[in-house]
Design a protein around this ligand. Sequence first.
Ligand SMILES: Cc1cc2nc3c(=O)[nH]c(=O)nc-3n(C[C@H](O)[C@H](O)[C@H](O)COP(=O)(O)O)c2cc1C
Length: 346
Amino acid sequence: MYGDLRLKSRYLLSPLAGFTNLPFRRIVHEIGGMGLGTTDLVNARSLLERRQKAFDLIATHPDDSPFSVQIFGNDPSRMRDAAQFLEEYGVDSIDINMGCPVERITKTGGGSAMMCDTNETVRLVKSVVDAVRLPVTVKMRLGWDATQITAPRFAREFEQVGVAAIAIHGRTREQGFTGTVDRSGIRQVVEAVERIPVIGNGDILTVADADRMFHETGCDGISIGRGALANPWIFRQLVQWELTGSFDPPSNFDDRLALLLRQFGYLCELHPERRAVVMFRKMGHWYLKGMRVRPHLRHQFQISRTIPEFESAITAIQTAGPHGASRTDQLPDLHVPVPSGPVERW
Ligand SMILES: Cc1cc2nc3c(=O)[nH]c(=O)nc-3n(C[C@H](O)[C@H](O)[C@H](O)COP(=O)(O)O)c2cc1C
């Protein structure tokens, strides 16, 4: 439960800017098992200024239920007003981003920079909680760096001001995506709160990873980002595992191609087709790599600009099948690249 909101499962989709958009959330909901999807982070100011980009990010559909919108910003009154706007718009839950390590976000005092100033941050979160009836959650990292592990203290204070749940990525801002997730750090957050659910996050690619997260941290739920892109069936697998102890194998080439086309179809419901073809390149690239599509066919897909070009690239991919494997084989998990190098330069 997130406050009064009953989730369909305790397996949640973690926001991945540029990927966890409405078409992706729809296909994951259709596959089943996902308790709640969250939008990419949305700038509170851009919402209040009614920017088209903000409206694109909060677009939803009856199949996308329940859904949460993640907002960021460091101005309490703007964050409060944005939350009230979202409540009227009809979202189910509001998530405050305190984890984003990217300089563009932190230099404005938003994202993980909020983990440095306790009093201001708790005041901001309280002003959002007090302004709406919806559940308000916070997503954070363990702290700014290893010398400032502030997440447990924040979690306790957030619970006291009425936050409904905490999602915690078990890395510091300084770590970016390097190293491994510190599950003992997540455990400290679990132990710091009295009642509210704590959602463990980071590096979950398989059911075994989720099992370890539950056991080692005592968390109430799990959120999955890159692992869901690599395997959108993971939520269903987790629910099957929870109910029966076993779960369906991962998808094969044909399943994934069908999924890709369905997702593209949902994108075309939102944007003119030619624009959708270009917008889908990034997502398509990752899918096709994981599907072991030969480079020249991936290239043909990447340069298509029109629907007929897109369709002929897909037909060629479908005909060729996966390189070096059978189309009914299970596919290996897709490697999802992350920003690298010092976080200051992302
Ligand atoms: C490309 C990319 C975009 C991300 N965008 C967001 C975002 O908009 N908001 C957020 O809170 N976290 C964002 N994250 C962090 C993820 O939600 C998640 O906390 C992190 O990737 C660790 O979980 P995972 O190992 O399951 O991916 C992003 C991560 C990646 C790789």
